[in-house]
Write a protein that binds this ligand. Structure first.
Ligand code: ZN
Ligand code: ZN
Length: 357
């Protein structure tokens, strides 16, 4: 963890800052190990300070990396920032993606004229985007738990069960395989309901001869997995089957386009071109993928608006979809690690066209 803080310090010159105050709870956990709800860190070349309030005194002793000087304050932690800031610090970076306007004005009053607050532009998120081997191992294990969950519900069958019941069994199965949480509430969406990319499971029975979109993920020790499969529940008409094959072709093309140095827009474009050629350009309304780690959606992004450049150790999803309103949805999502030679797929469940009755 102290290495992570050191890597953050290396980014201070680019921010033209002498120190940074970290307030985003996920970033704070990444840098210090702390999982409580009220805490902040001030990090500079010679400074490693962690501030929390009396409620977290014991928790912070057991969790916070010993390289940090721990201080216990009253509830207003920003009031302690000046005390831990080096006397010669003139520019203090803040996480502008996280700090409220109110907290920002409060901090400005507290640090006074001497210190200028500068916007940091997500430097900790940038560090988090490149995973350490131990983080990849944890996400791989979370992904295996997700795989085991899907295998259980495939064995139980889908037809005649409600979407809610299937989602419940999937979540129970993941917990029984060791998940410490869920990446997000599972999506189980049959037939036309699958046309909503963020569908919520309904108390409606799944019929034979539909496509069912299942999107789910397990959390293991603070790290998420994310996967989508679309299963058929019996004979489908040729057009629906063809949409499935098209999405699969786009997904495989997207995976192939992943390499160190590729940018997010390029990789998205490769998969998108396949779907366009199949005549469904307007039915693929979201980006191809996103980073996954301590949060289920993080850097880097694979989309037409992305300027992320892929690096070894990035962990991203590749999840094209086609959504025909009132008819069906198909999405196929794998979780992959960007490696020097392309990518390694962590997802272990099959993705060829599968019928589960
Ligand atoms: Zn997903
Ligand atoms: Zn996803």
């Amino acid at each position: 963890m102290s290495d992570r803080a050191a890597r953050l310090v290396e980014r201070l010159p680019a921010m033209e800052a002498d120190a940074i105050v970290v307030t985003n709870p996920v970033n704070l956990r990444y840098l210090t190990g702390y999982t409580g709800s009220n805490g902040l860190a001030v990090i500079g070349p010679e400074t490693r300070a962690f501030l929390t309030d009396f409620r977290y005194q014991e928790q912070s002793v057991s969790e916070v990396d010993p390289s940090f000087d721990r201080r216990i304050l009253t509830l207003d932690l920003l009031a302690g920032v000046s005390d831990v800031l080096p006397a010669d610090a003139e520019r203090l970076a803040i996480e502008d993606g996280n700090m409220t306007v109110r907290a920002h004005s409060h901090l400005r009053e507290l640090v006074g004229e001497r210190v200028e607050l500068v916007l940091a532009a997500d430097p900790v998120e940038a560090l988090r985007a490149v995973k350490e081997p131990a983080e990849i191992d944890r996400i791989r294990a979370a992904s295996e738990i997700g795989d085991a969950g899907l295998r259980e519900i495939m064995a139980e069958g889908l037809v005649g069960r409600t979407e809610v019941a299937v989602a419940d069994s999937l979540e129970r199965a993941m917990r029984s395989h060791g998940a410490t949480g869920l990446s997000f509430p599972s999506i189980v969406a049959a037939g036309p309901h699958g046309a909503l990319p963020h569908a919520q499971p309904r108390d409606v029975e799944i019929s034979a001869g539909e496509l069912v979109v299942i999107d789910w993920g397990a959390v293991l020790d603070g790290y998420c997995s994310d996967c989508t499969r679309t299963l058929a529940t019996g004979e489908l008409d040729d057009e629906l089957h063809a949409v499935y094959e098209l999405v699969l072709e786009a997904q495989l093309a997207g995976l192939k386009a992943i390499h160190v140095g590729a940018n997010g827009r390029e990789v998205d474009g490769v998969a998108r071109a396949v779907i366009e050629a199949g005549g469904h350009a307007e039915h693929f309304g979201h980006g191809l993928g996103h980073g996954v780690g301590m949060e289920v959606h993080e850097a880097p992004r694979l989309s037409q608006r992305s300027d992320s450049v892929l690096a070894s150790g990035n962990l991203v999803t590749v999840e094209p979809g086609v959504y025909l309103p009132g008819r069906l949805g198909v999405r196929i999502e794998d979780l992959v690690v960007v490696t020097e030679s392309g990518c390694e797929i962590l997802t272990g469940v099959p993705k060829e066209f599968i019928t589960v009755e």
